[in-house]
Ligand binder design. Structure first.
Ligand code: GDP
Length: 234
């Protein structure tokens, strides 16, 4: 008797498609201020997080490229927004935006204030913003600045315009039990801080061992679909 291969798992197929899509990410443009960013009619996914939370590593892992995003601690370069195009070569269908990391102690006060201004403007005003990925170190949980960012984003979450995915990074450093605890605490905080009807999710993530990577890719791929298309298929 010959054994035929099992049919592909729908979940596996969705992840493979989504990862093939995130792997297309390529650098597009860098900007110091919101008004310098191009206004393209593409769904944009913003990556935000405290310095050292693992944002660059997560973007690189999703893109399967070693140095697409890199944390620059050089004063003056920490404030930049970097855009990456995602999708077919000549017809990208989404953008990833790498926002400045925050909370780095050595940054002078003026730079901190400017960060606040750039982030507040970006989160409140960027018209094409479709979703936000907030990276939080799973061992630290939400810091004050993360919570401030949630408050900046809250009106747009409440309006249903923007979705939020919180990634608890470096999950490989936690025991199974500690990871479950970190997840519970993050979920509890989000249910307090974010409106009940908002599209908000939390997931454990490790760029090192790959846990959570498929789920993130599938979710971001869904965010990049035009809303009309989503409604007709759901
Ligand atoms: P960023 O400042 O948020 O861009 O943070 P980085 O991506 O530069 O990561 C900060 C540090 O955490 C680096 O030393 C990374 O190697 C480490 N790191 C990032 N992701 C992971 C992970 O999934 N697991 C582990 N163990 N370390 C990680």
């Amino acid at each position: 008797m010959t054994r035929s291969d099992p049919p592909p798992q729908p979940a596996g197929a969705a992840a493979a498609k989504a990862l093939a899509w995130t792997h297309t990410a390529r650098f597009l443009v860098t900007a110091a201020r919101l008004e310098q960013l191009p206004q393209l009619e593409l769904a944009e996914i913003g990556f935000v997080g405290r310095s050292n939370a693992g944002k660059s590593t997560a973007i690189n892992r999703l893109a399967q490229q070693k140095r697409l995003a890199f944390a620059s601690r050089t004063p003056g370069r920490t404030q930049h927004i970097n855009l990456f195009a995602v999708g077919p070569k000549n017809a990208p269908d989404a953008l990833f935006a790498d926002l400045p990391g925050y909370g780095y102690a050595a940054v002078e006060r003026a730079a901190k204030l400017r960060w606040q201004e750039v982030m507040a403007q970006y989160l409140a005003q960027r018209r094409s913003l479709s979703g936000v990925v907030l990276l939080v170190d799973s061992r630290l949980g939400f810091t004050d600045l993360d919570q401030r960012l949630l408050r900046l984003l809250e009106p747009r979450l409440a309006g249903g315009v923007v979705r939020l995915l919180v990634l608890l990074t470096k999950a490989d450093k936690l025991s199974r039990q500690a990871a479950a605890q970190a997840s519970r605490e993050a979920t509890a905080l989000l249910s307090r801080e974010c409106p009940a009807h908002a599209d908000v999710a939390v997931g454990l993530f490790s760029a090192l061992n790959g846990s959570g990577v498929d789920d993130v890719a599938v979710r971001l791929d869904a965010w990049a679909q035009p809303r009309d298309a989503l409604q007709t298929t759901m």
